[in-house]
Design a protein around this ligand. Sequence first.
Ligand code: CMP
Length: 134
Amino acid sequence: MDMLKAVPLFSSLNNKQLKALAKTATDQTYKPGDVLVAEGKQGVGFYLVAQGQVAVEKGGKTVASLGPGQFFGEMALIDEQPRSATVKAVGPTRCLVVTRWDFWGTVAKDPEVLRVLLRETVRRLREAKPGPED
Ligand code: CMP
């Protein structure tokens, strides 16, 4: 609950909404090098980094690193396509994981979550380096 409260994405949720989300989230720990999400695979998890650091890799190249308060795994939840990147734990890492269904349940209760999610997605898009074909 305290962890979720500190996440900018969920800052607009009230205590009741946070409590409902906390009930559905699982607290997972990972060792350095663990693969949390694999590029090209299907997945239903939305991840919030609680502690540690993860690396986002596309085609074997690191494109971003994410730390506490940041999220990943939203893309496959939105378009139901395979994961766009591999996400690996850099050091010992702890994440809160919410399923697709619980994530959309939270969004339905407060569309402000969607606005924050989109703002971050657009920021990542602006920062993304063009590929060789661009
Ligand atoms: P998804 O495609 O579900 O799984 C891999 C995740 O890596 C993806 O969702 C995003 O959350 C994240 N991701 C992909 N590309 C980038 C990027 N350029 N910068 C930051 N995160 C990314």
